[in-house]
Design a protein around this ligand. Structure first.
Ligand code: UDP
Length: 577
């Protein structure tokens, strides 16, 4: 093996890597270094190159390029790829959607597949909308149906038991259409803090509902078994209930299912009913997707964006993600089949908030929206070009005929989608940057890992700027002491130019959060993971307004979180909690 330069990782990154990513032997001893981890992943992924080339050195060549890209922390693939590439399990995707039909057979078959996916570190999304409502008839037993909620609970308990082999929190998305007769029970399901802890819930809102809401017309709830109207509801009441629950507990989120299907790249294969757990990846039943994110902070050189380097990285990252599909070992044949038909990949970004700081732009300012559009437009366009070039060498994705790409402008396309904005909850910690496109949570934070270890840190760019602004050592020490207590800079005596750059999530107006989400969504094929964080004082009315704006902006979904509304949070601001 080549001698490798030590990768420059922060202490918090090392903690996470040691806990969950570096391979261990059967005595639970760590048997690889971070350099060896990236080498393992690079080699495994680059082995796919042999499928398309006779060049005997092609795998080595790309293994080296992939290694450099990861070791520089310019790009990281989603966690399952880092954990499982080059290992016997070999399941590399973060996102899955599984079908649930209105039969015990289908429900329990999917439960088994869910267990297999969780074991490998993947997250699962389901639509429970086809299940007949509570109290409906069951012909075979002449009994009474127990409804979607009872089955969501079964999936939640199973997830609890598996806990993804200890490496990852069991993550599920449960979706119910807004016209399902059990919709109120679904909306209220997580008001009790200790239920469905392994589920995010989202209501699939339809255009028909939004129109009924606007026109103040009664809205029909329909039994999915026989398509008959069960009763009519006041859409305003349902809308209020959703906003109130989200205000209280953060759940449910909403997805705009018709908007999602409007952009379905392969409508000839069927309708999209659900997304993965964090909402950024709408998928067909049995489809999976592997994600990867570019660390934007690495592309700022002396306050300017290095577009050439970014372009190179985008092209290499698309190739990497397409190679992942080649070597991926899927837990069940149906997933293998449809994933290879569409070959969806999801390239996104992390470190957006830190990137803004490096460019001397405040997350709160209009220029943050402009730069978001500019950067994502570039990534989207280049990723399409990269996929186009790959298709020339490797062939189009098999479901290309009949897809949205099937036109003279794009005679070649390797992947039905190329871009997704993931939360990057873990990989941003490994890269040591802010997560996804979220603003900073605090300038000092304590973050709880899966193993309940608290990582305590000051924002590294904050310390850097204090040093650059020539504060003395003593001054820096007392500033940090105060930041540790307060978490944010708002009430501190510091120069405005510093305070404006280090603005934190609950200080940013909800409209600005939405505008940033919308800027990224405009240039993203799949969806955008973003939480609209609200201060504690926000009202249910505020939440409703956010939903209405999100719908009008054409977003595919929206999640709100009001500070302090849930019992347990993963990140606390400041040291006071
Ligand atoms: N995910 C999961 N369990 C987790 C975290 C994430 O199953 O504990 C899945 C889920 O589908 C989520 C996706 O991975 O939407 C991407 O999440 P993230 O970007 O945070 O993952 P990372 O690659 O940073 O670990």
């Amino acid at each position: 093996m080549k001698r490798r330069k030590r990768i420059n990782l922060r202490e918090s990154a090392l903690i996470i890597l040691r806990q969950r990513y570096l391979l261990k032997n059967d005595k639970n001893e760590i048997i690889e270094t971070p350099e060896e981890l990236f080498e393992r992943v690079a080699k495994a992924v680059a082995s796919a190159e042999a499928n398309f080339s006779k060049d005997p050195y092609i795998c080595e060549k790309y293994a080296e390029k992939f290694y450099e890209m990861m070791a520089n922390l310019d790009f990281l693939p989603n966690s399952p790829t880092l954990m499982n590439a080059g290992c016997p399990l070999g399941q590399l995707s973060a996102c899955f959607v599984l079908p649930i039909e209105d039969s015990l057979d289908s429900i329990f078959e999917t439960l088994k597949y869910t267990a297999l996916i969780h074991k490998s570190g993947g997250g699962t999304g389901f639509s429970f909308s086809k299940i007949r409502p509570k109290g409906d008839i069951v012909a075979s037993t002449q009994g009474v149906a127990s409804g979607p909620l009872s089955f969501i609970k079964v999936f939640d308990s199973a997830t609890e038991a598996i806990k993804q082999g200890g490496k990852r929190r069991g993550a599920n998305m449960g979706i119910l259409r807004i016209d399902h007769p059990d919709i109120e029970e679904f909306i209220l399901a997580k008001r009790n803090e200790n239920t469905l802890t392994n589920f995010n819930l989202s209501v699939a809102i339809t255009d028909q509902f939004m129109s009924a809401l606007e026109k103040k017309e009664k809205f029909p709830l329909i039994n999915p078994r026989n398509k008959k109207v069960v009763r009519y509801v006041d859409p305003e009441e349902i809308f209020f209930l959703i906003a109130e629950s989200a205000w209280e507990t953060g759940d449910p989120g909403v997805i705009f299912i018709d908007t999602i299907n409007k952009y379905n790249p392969t409508p000839h294969l069927g309708e999209i009913e659900a997304t993965n757990p964090c909402g950024e990846q709408p998928l067909l039943p049995f489809e999976s997707c592997n994600l990867g994110s570019i660390n934007l902070t690495n592309f700022v050189k002396d306050g300017k964006i290095d577009w050439e380097l970014l372009k190179e990285t985008i092209h290499l990252a698309v190739r990497f993600l397409d190679d992942v599909i080649e070597i991926n070992r899927f837990p069940v044949p149906q997933i293998d089949k449809i994933t290879r038909l569409t070959r969806k990949i999801g390239l996104g970004v992390m470190g957006f908030a830190d990137f803004l700081i490096k460019l001397n732009i405040s997350y709160s300012e209009p220029s943050a929206i402009e730069i978001a559009k500019k950067i994502m437009k570039f990534i989207n366009e280049e990723s399409i070009k990269a996929s186009y070039e790959l298709a020339k060498e490797r062939g189009n994705f098999p479901a290309y005929p009949g897809s949205i790409w099937d036109n003279p402008e794009t005679p070649f396309m390797r992947n039905a989608t190329t871009t997704t904005i993931a939360p990057t909850g873990s990989i941003s910690l490994i890269a040591g940057v802010s997560s996804g496109i979220e603003p900073l949570f605090g300038i000092y934070y304590e973050r709880k890992t899966l193993e309940n270890v608290f990582i305590k840190e000051f924002h590294p760019l904050f310390i850097e700027i204090l040093e650059r602004e020539n504060f003395s050592e003593n001054e820096i020490e007392s500033i940090l002491e105060e930041v540790k207590e307060k978490g944010i800079l708002r009430d501190m005596k510091l120069p405005e130019k510093i305070k404006r750059l280090f603005v934190t999530t609950y200080e940013i107006a909800p409209e600005q959060h939405l505008a940033i989400q919308s800027a990224f969504q405009k240039y993203t094929h799949n969806a955008v993971s973003k939480t609209i964080n609200l201060p504690k004082e926000a009202t249910v009315e505020d939440v409703k307004n956010i939903y209405l704006k999100a719908y009008k902006l054409g977003l595919k979904g929206v999640t709100v979180f009001r500070y302090g509304s849930k019992g347990e949070q993963v990140i606390y601001i400041g040291g006071s909690e």
